[in-house]
Design a protein around this ligand. Structure first.
Ligand code: FDM
Length: 212
């Protein structure tokens, strides 16, 4: 597949519980796509490098306390501050592989008890992913994988709630991949699904907005 200036890149988002394998799969996928000669970048949310991202990072590492609504809006603002760059890159033909996006935003905040529609509202108008790869694993299996780290949210009971709330967000852009399989099998499935979507975007699939 050769890069074509006329065609746009694909917005591919990875979602799933902590320790579902998102970060390793994103890394493997990006290397694979680069090897095929695609223009591709790896992004992640929260993007802790911006000033908003630093506030989020302090919250996640328990160095600061914030009201649940406030941190929700900061996560959203962190996506908004990258929105125009995201659009520019996609239109210039670069595929973006993104580790977490608005679905994490809504699933984690609703798991704390915030209203579903209220949580979705600030995401309206962000770029809709062409594909959401959901790495499906039970919270118990995820916890067995070397356990959770020390950040806020990395607790079994909370991950159970997140898992239930993720399921409410599933739409036609989602592909569920069984993340309990060996890593190589997950990788193989992910590559196939993603390549199909990259081709669809090159052929002119329209870029749309959340949540439609
Ligand atoms: N998280 C992530 C949210 O609560 N809302 C969001 O919008 C995003 C993008 O932040 F526990 C949570 C999910 C996770 C934590 O994510 C940090 P990483 O992938 O471990 O950096």
């Amino acid at each position: 597949l050769s890069a074509n200036n006329e065609s746009r890149g694909a917005l591919v988002v990875f979602e799933g519980l902590d320790r579902s394998g998102k970060t390793s799969q994103c890394g493997r996928l990006v290397s694979y796509l680069e090897g095929l000669g695609h223009s591709v970048e790896l992004w992640r949310f929260p993007d802790r490098t911006t000033s908003v991202g630093q506030m989020i990072s302090a919250y996640l590492t328990n160095k600061s306390q914030l009201d649940d609504h406030t941190i929700h809006l900061l996560f959203s603002a962190n996506r908004w501050e990258k929105r125009s760059m995201m659009e520019t890159k996609l239109k210039a033909g670069t595929t973006l592989i993104v580790d977490r996006y608005s679905y994490s935003g809504v699933a984690f905040s609703t798991a704390k008890g915030l209203d579903f529609e209220w949580c979705k509202a600030p995401e309206i108008g962000l770029i809709a992913p062409d594909l959401v790869v959901y790495l499906d694993i039970t919270p118990e299996k995820a916890a067995e994988r070397g356990g959770y780290g020390g950040e806020r949210y990395e607790q079994l009971e909370f991950q159970r709630k997140v898992s239930q709330h993720y399921k409410l967000l599933k739409d036609s852009s989602w592909k569920i991949v069984d993340a309990c399989q060996p890593l190589d099998d997950v990788e193989k499935q992910v590559k196939e699904i993603v390549l199909q979507h990259i081709i669809a975007c090159q052929k002119g699939k329209i870029l749309s907005s959340l949540w439609s």
